[in-house]
Design a protein. Structure first.
Lengths: 536, 501
């Protein structure tokens, strides 16, 4: 580990440092505000370090991690979301009895796990990051141990996450047994050549199982409504945003080497998952009356939409998915933020009755929630609309017409349940005077910032698109097949660093069959790209 | 720049109205009134300044134009432009906007600020639809019209308002999304042909499309406009939305929202997809005539006054569809005249029905009768607008329908005959309505206050406007003429002669 390596790892080191610092402080003095404040300050410092590290990347730090601008962009998103969750959870847990400082330690550790995930370029760091994240989540979900629902949710998540981790590990083992390598770049290169064992494809499908569980897509979604409902509202916000963002970032990175569209099996797998998520997510939400469950199913549907763009492929797809992720994060944080603010110590504000006539009682909260719901529904002037438009554009450019039509149809079904909440918000309540209770100012600030971001990027998305284009599109763009769409404007790519380098310190390759494989990422043997085109 | 102001003034006015509601019940109303009046003045200034001399299109100049870069990544511009057609629609928009603010003066008593916010933003969205020259911006404004209308119906509507609002939103949202897919398809086909990513109307005109692609993309657009227009199989949302909305909502729905569908057909469908539109003409003509007759028959069968007027919209907009797809000068002029005059006459009818409902608290025609004795001025006005609606010569609607029939006669005699029968059917429902509600004996012993000065202030200009359009429509036809010539040229269609067996 050279000095430069340590500098590039600064964000990760600082997150770990924050966690340890808060833990030590708690050991000496239990003070909720202090713990929360230290966590937020630490995370802000991490964000600064992310900005400071930009000149030093890209850099391969051990074969496990790759710090490039893609990773830094997503780390920025994760850190900001974690700060928002921390700020929102402070008033929420203040209302609860007992000491709750440990939550912030867990939050920091989970954020560390997410940061490792977005920077990972090796199956082992993938697994490590995932486990760090998962174990923290087990405790965070079951945090309010006096509430039976919370405990039940925690147990459900523990059992199912452990099972999915086992599948994931098995898949990783199969891939390693077949290809002899665990690095993403080498897996991509090696998988292009047909191997005599033929185990890597089942291995990857099993890895997809593990990823699918974390993303809560169909058919791995069964835990989602119950866990979302049972967990404390800020923790739900964290699961819904930060952990999913990290996994999807890793998915994008992992699959843009071989490219989903190049392997027919993987294409079919992801297409089925996308379609099933869109349909199941939207249809199942129709029956719900619990707001948190509605939001849970709607997030399943939204990841279905994102996977449509992912399946369509191409450089535009990476941008589209990233933009959608950011839009989804802002919206979900806002929605769950409102739920958090409205909750009290006995239970979360998740029943539809809690929102009846909210506009007449607390117009600002209802207004914020309305904007979030409109963004989820994809109404113009919100970021959600532009994100959906982008996904449709990517799908159209790849002529995946059936996927797009299904997206449109299920989006319209989705309107039903968003409208149900909207109608409840504006239904006339029996009270006469609108009573405005005090909202903790920090929560109010967070929600106001989120709403402003939503509307700003909904009306003028060029800024965010620029940022994504410059930072988040990895130089994988160069590795894509010639048939993929290249836009008329030049793509600003980072330095080329995905060529396997000779400067690796740790060489884990074993087996003679590896030596014969092509080192270039351009696979000579490719499956025909599959199209669901009409009349082409 | 003026075009941007046309959109921004209602937006800002709406926000101001919402904010000032805290202190005063009247201030939001006055602010909204001022905002829309200002817009109307600006539009009239634009008209007088030179609305009849220029026409828009790919090569011709627009009367006024604004073109800014919005999202360069995609080739999306904030591109507004006005020509004769859009100008007429804008005048109608702001005129009816003033009327709708005035007619809700006493009807709306709760959350006045939010009501006017929605009203203003809806007007801004409609203005955006009529002004947009960038397909993305057009879709943006199209969707933006929906949500305020949804709130208008769902919060201030009548008994079945939630059902009506949800139905309205679902129909229009689904059709709008299909149109978005069509827009994107056109966008990418254009890129494949020319290598340029653009949503600009001017650039997309003349894109070379294969027949199959042209059909499918046109279908996407037509579905969206057919739901809005409405064309008969897709009209199910209309009676509920119109009858459950508050008066201002009904006026804007009938007067403006339906016209956006017709505007879309005129501006986008036929110029962008001339060959496919040509092939679609027989279907469109038949659907139009079905709409005319079906709307008239259904209107005749209603006992709910507002639903009756709602179905007359279906019937009248059938004439518009007929005129558009005749695609000759008479038909097009007739379509635009019908659009304007229908907006005025049906808007006025909704205002009068709303006034009646405020007084009697019912829309059921069976419970009314012999109202002429108690509200003579209101009844006289209702008779006037009922006569306008059935196409009495001397009033605007007649000019429109006559021109449409002239136009469709050149295409197909059979279709024209059936359409003319539709006019006959409209006589039935209009006169039946007047007879049921106003004539006869006042068996329920209604004692109602007559038109207040404010209501008279609303009705009088509309009477004058309809008389003017009926007796001297030439200025309006002149304004539209250059735009019409341009559209015809872009569509490159000769006048079609199509014989029905």
């Amino acid at each position: 580990m050279t000095r430069a390596d340590c500098i590039t790892l600064l964000p990760l080191i600082l997150i770990a440092g924050t966690a340890i610092l808060v833990m030590l402080v708690i050991a000496f003095k239990r003070h909720h505000a202090l713990a929360a404040g230290l966590t937020v300050a630490g995370l802000v410092a991490v964000f600064m370090s992310v900005l400071a590290v930009i000149p030093y990347v890209p850099r391969h730090v051990t074969p496990l991690l790759i710090m490039d601008r893609y990773a830094l962009f997503y780390m920025g998103v994760i850190i900001v979301s974690a700060v928002a969750v921390a700020v929102l959870s402070f008033p929420y847990f203040e209302k609860q009895e007992g000491h709750h400082e440990e939550l912030y330690v867990l939050l920091s550790i989970a954020t560390l796990g997410c940061a490792v995930l977005v920077a990972s370029s090796h199956l082992m760091s993938f697994f490590l990051g995932l486990e760090i994240l998962s174990v923290s989540l087990y405790a965070m979900i079951a945090y309010l141990r006096e509430h039976k629902q919370s405990l039940e949710a925690g147990f459900k998540y523990l059992v199912l996450a452990a099972a999915s981790s086992a599948f994931l590990l098995f898949g990783m083992a199969l891939v390693y047994a077949d290809l002899g390598t665990m690095e993403f770049s080498r897996i991509a290169a090696a998988s292009a050549v047909p191997s005599h064992l033929g185990l890597w494809l089942p291995g990857i499908v099993l890895i997809v199982t593990g990823i699918g569980f974390k993303l809560a897509v169909v058919p791995f979604h069964l835990w989602t409504p119950d866990v979302y409902e049972g967990a404390p509202a800020p923790v739900t916000a964290f699961i819904a945003t930060v952990s999913k963002v990290a996994i999807l970032a890793l998915l994008l990175r992992f699959f843009y080497y071989p490219g989903v569209q190049q392997s027919r099996t993987l294409f079919v797998v992801f297409a089925i998952i996308a379609v099933a998520s869109m349909i199941a997510g939207n249809l199942l939400a129709l029956w719900q009356t619990n707001v948190k469950r509605i939001l849970a199913y709607s997030s399943i549907a939204h990841f279905g939409y994102m996977l449509v763009a992912f399946v369509a492929g191409g450089t535009m797809a990476v941008e589209a998915v990233t933009f959608y992720l950011v839009a989804y994060t802002v919206t979900t944080l806002g929605a769950f933020g409102v739920v958090t603010v409205l909750s009290d110590s006995s239970r979360d504000a998740d029943r539809l009755d809690d929102y009846q006539g909210l506009f007449w009682r607390r117009p600002l909260m209802a207004g914020i929630f309305t904007v979030m719901l409109l963004s989820l529904a994809g109404i113009p002037a919100t970021m959600g609309f532009f994100a959906k438009f982008y996904v449709l554009a990517v799908g159209a450019s790849a002529t995946k017409w059936s996927l797009i039509i299904i997206l449109v149809m299920t989006s319209t079904i989705g309107l039903f349940y968003y409208l149900r909440i909207l109608v409840a918000l504006y239904s006339t309540s029996s009270e006469g005077e609108p009573s405005v209770q005090a909202v903790a100012s920090v929560s109010g600030i967070v929600l106001a910032v989120l709403t402003a971001l939503l509307l700003w990027f909904g009306l003028y998305p060029a800024l965010l698109l620029d940022m994504i284009q410059r930072h988040a599109v990895p130089s994988v763009a160069e590795l894509l097949t010639p048939e993929s769409e290249k836009l008329s404007q030049p793509i600003a790519s980072g330095a080329v660093y995905f060529r396997p380098t000779a400067t690796l310190i740790f060489d884990a390759d074993v087996g003679a069959h590896v030596a014969g494989r092509s080192e270039s990422a351009q696979s000579p043997v490719q499956d025909r790209p599959v199209e669901l085109g009409v009349g082409r | 720049m003026m075009l941007v102001w046309l959109i921004v003034i209602p937006l800002v006015g709406g926000i101001l109205a919402w904010l000032t509601a805290r202190w005063s019940m009247q201030l939001p109303r006055w602010i909204s009134l001022a905002a829309v009046a200002l817009d109307l003045l600006l539009t009239l200034a634009l008209w007088i300044h030179g609305g009849s001399t220029v026409a828009g299109g790919a090569t011709a100049a627009w009367l006024a134009e604004v073109d800014w870069n919005w999202v360069p990544r995609f080739g999306i511009h904030f591109h507004l432009g006005v020509d004769g057609l859009s100008l007429l629609m804008l005048v109608l928009t702001f005129f009816l906007g003033i009327m709708s603010v005035l007619c809700s003066w006493t009807e709306i008593r709760e959350q006045i600020g939010f009501f006017h916010f929605n009203l203003m933003w809806m007007l801004a969205g409609i203005a955006g639809v009529f002004l947009a020259l960038d397909l993305f911006l057009f879709y943006f404004a199209w969707e933006l019209m929906l949500v305020p209308m949804y709130f208008l119906i769902a919060i201030w509507g009548h008994e079945r308002r939630i059902y009506a609002a949800i139905k309205f939103l679902l129909f229009t949202q689904l059709s709008g999304l299909l149109m978005l897919i069509a827009i994107l398809a056109l966008y990418f086909v254009h890129h494949q042909a020319t290598g340029v990513y653009t949503f600009q109307y001017g650039d997309l005109l003349g894109t070379q499309l294969t027949p199959v692609a042209e059909w499918w993309i046109m279908l996407g657009f037509i579905i969206a406009f057919a739901v809005k227009l409405p064309v008969v199989p897709l009209h199910a949302w209309l009676p509920d939305a119109h009858s459950e909305a508050p008066t201002a909502g009904s006026v804007i729905l009938a007067g403006l929202l339906l016209k956006t569908g017709a505007y879309g057909l005129l501006r986008f469908v036929v110029p962008l997809f001339p060959n496919a539109a040509h092939e679609f003409t027989p279907v469109a003509l038949v659907l139009a005539v079905i709409g005319i007759v079906y709307g008239a028959v259904m209107a005749f069968a209603q006992t709910d006054l507002k639903r009756l007027v709602a179905y007359t919209s279906v019937s009248h907009l059938g004439f518009v569809l007929l005129g558009i797809f005749s695609w000759n000068p008479f038909g097009l002029q007739g379509a635009v005249m019908t659009m304007i005059c229908h907006g005025l006459s049906t808007g006025a009818l909704f205002i009068l029905v709303g006034a009646l409902q405020e007084r009697t608290h019912t829309r059921d025609m069976d419970r009314m009768g012999g109202l002429w004795t108690t509200v003579p001025r209101l009844s006289g006005a209702a008779l006037f607008f009922a006569l306008a609606s059935l196409g009495l010569p001397g009033l605007g609607d007649f000019v429109g329908e006559f021109l449409v029939l002239l136009g469709s006669y050149q295409i197909s005699v059979g279709i024209t005959v059936v359409a003319a029968l539709g006019i006959l059917a409209s006589t039935f429902y209009a006169l039946r309505m007047v007879q049921r509600v106003f004539h006869g004996e006042n068996t329920q012993r209604w004692q109602l206050p007559d038109l207040s000065p404010r209501e008279a202030l609303i009705i009088a200009p509309m009477i004058v406007a309809l008389l003017w359009l009926g007796l001297y429509p030439q200025p309006v036809l002149n304004t539209f003429a250059p735009a019409m010539h341009n559209l015809q040229r872009e569509a490159n269609l000769p006048a079609v002669v199509w014989q029905k067996r």
